[in-house]
Write a protein that binds this ligand. Structure first.
Ligand code: NAD
Length: 468
């Protein structure tokens, strides 16, 4: 869409959408007639977002991009809300005899216009419906930017896994799958790992789901989850996929700026799957890891640290805090560490109006989902710090999940070289699409990434129309 068209359609902002919606989808001069008006649907649905919440942040990002693109007002209404929200409470037997606990689990399915719902499962004490909505919505944009046939979903259980034994975690996972019932399925909604979930949890998830389908259909349903152990149908390269995608993006950025990774330093927040893989892969390319933070604390060594050694030390629940070959520092000093690149790879809302001012870096490469809120974004832009936004930067995970899903469907098993090559191709193509769109709309990269996603979704909705 050219600049002229952008201006022409700019007046269709969310606040100006009329309360009465005509029974047709209009785009410029085209219109798709609906067979009958639906007066009920014409009433505006109350917004889901609470002021200041993570989902409100998503809606602000969405509004900005939708305004700039001039997104069709009806498509805008559809994408501004989630399709299904499932909340389940279920009992689980604890190790202590005669004791049960009740757990609350969530699955939010934002959109499936491009393909089945797809997104991770998070086990964390702060999981709540608002956060899951936000994460599900980001998954829709991510699939659209990556050019894969998946919609967006996310789920989780409000739980601190540190308080439960391995056998309790297994029973909790299995009961959660059972409680979700037909709301998940290999061609309908496909979970994957996220914070505090891993290949083992996915293996229990798959095993439980398969126990609920007829015997002769079990083998052809193993793609109900991705991120499984390789022996149980997982893909080679899925474990490192998100960190690998982050690394490909950083390589593209360095190339664009004529920088050599061997001369660059970086810091990582979160040393789990995404953070530790990003660190290992970047160090293999010669970059220097100078600071690490996880839930236990922050460490720094400006001469550089070996991520493999940190990982060995932090293994299990010990964390990085007491790693011997580094200085222990507080959160503010961590955020102020001078480095070329910051990779947030932990939780949401870490880069805010305040903390964005502390950063002393050239690039923020968002491994985590939603690490920067809109105030933080404004400060980063004012300070000229580049951002590779989450919905582009961490898309490697869902891309290789797609490869795993395909391999399962075709009874194939690709070697690591093939997975990496295909991932690289998709990540670089997505990076280039966002770069070109940022230029076309003279906007920041997050807004550009949204525009890439919204354009693809808008096209699909306008082609397919709204039933009836
Ligand atoms: P993980 O559970 O493997 O690791 C999380 C890490 O963050 C741990 O090191 C933990 O100690 C640290 N952490 C937690 N709270 C923290 C805090 N308040 N401050 C500092 N560190 C903290 O999780 P993960 O899979 O690596 O996911 C990390 C982020 O990446 C999440 O935002 C997730 O949604 C996103 N993500 C993950 C994947 C994936 O494939 N796993 C894909 C895309 C995006």
């Amino acid at each position: 869409m050219g600049a002229q068209s952008v201006n022409r359609r700019k007046d269709m902002s969310k606040s100006e959408v009329p309360a009465e919606v005509p029974p047709q989808i209009k785009k410029d001069d085209e219109s798709i007639e609906a067979t009958s008006p639906a007066p009920e649907a014409a009433k505006p649905v109350p917004p889901l977002e609470q002021p200041g919440s993570v989902y409100a942040n998503v809606i602000k990002q969405f509004d900005r991009a939708a305004d700039l693109l001039g997104l069709d007002p009806n498509v805008r209404k559809i994408l501004a809300t989630t399709k299904n929200e499932i909340v389940v409470s279920f009992p689980v037997k604890m190790d202590r005899e005669d004791t049960i606990e009740i757990f609350r689990g969530y699955r939010v399915q934002h959109n499936d216009a491009l393909g089945p719902f797809k997104g991770g499962l998070r086990y964390h004490p702060e999981v709540n419906i608002d956060e899951v909505r936000a994460l599900a919505t980001w998954m829709t944009w991510k699939g659209a930017i990556a050019g894969i046939p998946f919609g967006g979903a996310k789920g989780g259980i409000q739980i601190d896994p540190a308080n439960y034994s391995k056998s309790e975690m297994e029973r909790i996972t299995r009961r959660f799958v059972f409680a979700l019932g037909e709301n998940i399925g290999p061609e309908y909604d496909i979970p994957a790992p996220d914070v505090n979930t891993n290949a083992q949890i996915m293996a229990w998830f798959m095993d439980t789901y398969l126990s609920t389908v007829p015997t002769h259909e079990r083998q052809r349903n193993i793609h109900v989850v991705t991120g499984k152990p390789v022996e149980s149908g997982g893909s080679l390269g899925r474990d490192k996929a998100t960190g690998q995608g982050v690394t490909y993006c950083i390589q593209c950025w360095a190339e664009d700026r004529g920088l050599d990774l061997r001369n660059l330093s970086f810091m990582v927040q979160g040393f789990g799957n995404v953070g530790s893989w990003s660190a290992r892969l970047l160090c293999e390319l010669g970059a220097k890891l100078v600071a690490v933070q996880d839930v236990t604390g922050s460490i720094r060594n400006m001469n550089g640290m070996d991520p493999n050694e940190i990982l060995k030390f932090a293994d299990g629940r010990r964390g990085v805090r007491n790693y011997p070959d580094a200085e222990k520092i507080d959160h503010i000093l961590f955020m102020k560490t001078p480095a070329d690149i910051f990779i947030p790879a932990a939780m949401e809302n870490q880069i805010t109006g305040m903390t964005a001012d502390w950063l002393d870096v050239k690039l923020v490469a968002e491994g985590a989902n939603g690490p920067t809120n809109t105030d933080g974004d404004a400060v980063l832009q004012r300070r000229g710090i580049d951002v590779i936004p989450d919905i582009l930067c961490n898309a490697g995970g869902v891309i290789v999940s797609y490869f795993e899903w395909l391999q399962n469907k075709r009874s194939e098993s690709w070697d690591l070289e093939e997975v990496d090559r295909k991932l690289r191709k998709k990540m670089v193509a997505a990076y280039e699409r966002v770069r070109a769109t940022a230029k076309e709309f003279a906007t920041d990269w997050r807004t550009a990434a949204y525009i890439v996603a919204l354009r693809r979704l808008e096209k699909v909705y306008l082609e397919r129309g709204i039933f009836p």
